[in-house]
Design a protein around this ligand. Structure first.
Ligand SMILES: *Cc1c(COP(=O)(O)O)cnc(C)c1O
Ligand SMILES: [Zn+2]
Length: 421
């Protein structure tokens, strides 16, 4: 299978920075850098291969307070900062003492990606995809999405002045629809689930020339953006790796890339090598990776998603098998929680740390709690939990669970009668 060609006479020198080729994750076959995502030999996923040379902490620290401080480690040109983009990243790493105390953990941090430009971690991957689309001469910037990706693509495309077309399942939360439609006049709602939307996108990518689908034909470039989460966690901890990280799993890309980032930092001598465990979090209504983990099998059986955690509702996760490998090899686990636990996770994070997360974050916090309760996570070790999105995008999920404690007449007597004072 050859990917559709995005036409451009010639790539400019250094268009992809230190990236040197696309390399097959399965057989190691090399393909030249371009809009390709599947290995021509074995159909395995293609990944970016680099020749980093020397990269120093000082060089990174002198960079901007966004993901481009790591540009030497990404498939982007050295002059990336001169092109309009959303400049995501360098989000806060919050010491979460209240949540730690509540769960019985000694050291806990929340990496809060809800403060990115469109309020989810997707701005990171989209910024990298936008750079690739630009260098490849794409005319349309597009994606199939469970919501957050559509928001990020539509916003980045607007800022870059490139036409965007974003495809979503038509049952998506209203705030996520509005958050895309405000940036683009080409939001397409498809009657089907994410996997249907994804299939449609692949078909369009094959029919239409010049379209960069961020998570289809430029997926290798896009996926690298998730590494910046791992780089930032290490840098913000003072250039060291945490002991345990809990990460939500949809396609599984983010989890595999945080692991890759940690490995690269060790290889480059930017942090000391040490053991760490990676844990994956899913919602029970879409938990194909967790199910395989628990069954002790290597194959992922696709499911039809049915959960309020819509941003994680990918029934046939492309990187699921790699998530299994990483969680098993590092001594972590993959766990899932019910929708009620997801809601409780949202409220728990809000009331302990003042962070309003979306259902994906509720899933991750609830899984963290379950991992502690089931003894799968070591409470004496330093743990990082990643919050990937903002609660204002999934208000409906908790609007039934949190409401005014009382509705009263504007009198002191009425207030006193509530017992709140
Ligand atoms: C997309 C998304 C994820 C998961 O990303 P994958 O890399 O596909 O596993 C997690 N959280 C939120 C909020 C997302 O939008
Ligand atoms: Zn291959």
């Amino acid at each position: 299978m050859s990917a559709p060609v995005i036409e451009k006479p010639a790539l400019r020198a250094g268009a992809f920075g230190n990236a040197k080729a696309l390399s097959c994750r399965e057989c190691g076959h090399h393909v030249e850098l371009g809009p390709h995502y599947a290995c021509p030999e074995c159909f395995g996923p293609l990944e970016i291969a680099y020749d980093f040379g020397t990269v120093t902490r000082e060089q990174i620290e002198a960079g901007p307070r966004n993901i481009w401080r790591y540009k030497a480690l990404l498939p982007v040109p050295d002059d990336i900062e001169s092109s309009p983009n959303t400049e995501p990243g360098f989000t806060r790493l919050l010491k979460a003492d209240n949540l730690a105390a509540e769960l019985g953990l000694t050291r806990l941090w929340v990496k809060d990606d809800s403060t990115n430009p469109t309020n989810s971690f997707k701005d990171r991957v989209v910024a990298c995809a936008l750079s690739a689309a630009r260098e490849l001469g794409a005319k349309v910037f597009a994606c199939p999405s469970t919501g957050n990706l559509a928001n990020a693509v539509a916003a980045a495309g607007a800022r870059a002045g490139i036409k965007t077309v974003v495809f979503i399942p038509s049952n998506l939360e209203q705030p996520k629809q509005v958050n895309s439609a405000v940036f683009t006049d080409s939001l397409v709602a498809v009657d089907g689930n994410y996997d249907d939307v994804n299939k449609l996108a692949s078909e369009i990518a094959g029919e239409e020339g010049g379209w960069a689908f961020v998570n289809v034909n430029v997926r290798p470039f896009y996926a690298e953006g998730s590494k910046t989460l791992g780089y930032e966690i290490a840098e913000q901890l003072g250039w060291r790796l945490p002991d345990q990280v809990v990460i939500p799993v949809a396609s599984g890309s983010q989890l595999t890339k945080v692991h890759k980032a940690f490995q690269e930092l060790v290889e480059l001598g930017l942090v000391e090598a040490k053991p760490y465990r990676i844990y994956g979090a899913q919602a029970e209504g879409c938990s194909p990776v967790s199910a395989a983990y628990k069954a002790g099998v290597d194959a992922i059986r696709p499911v039809k998603p049915d959960t309020i955690a819509k941003s994680l509702a990918i029934g046939n996760p492309a990187d699921g098998i790699y998530v299994l490998d990483i969680c098993r090899e590092t001594g972590g686990a993959v766990e899932d929680v019910t929708d009620d636990e997801v809601r409780a996770g949202i409220v728990l994070l809000a009331r302990t740390e003042g962070i309003f997360t979306e259902t994906a974050g509720g899933t991750t916090v609830a899984v963290l709690k379950k991992l502690v309760e089931t003894g799968q996570l070591d409470t004496s070790l330093e743990t990082v939990v990643i919050n990937t999105g903002h609660g204002l995008k999934t208000l409906d999920a908790v609007s039934g669970a949190v409401r005014p404690a009382a509705t009263i007449a504007p009198t002191y007597a009425a207030f006193a009668a509530t017992g709140i004072a």
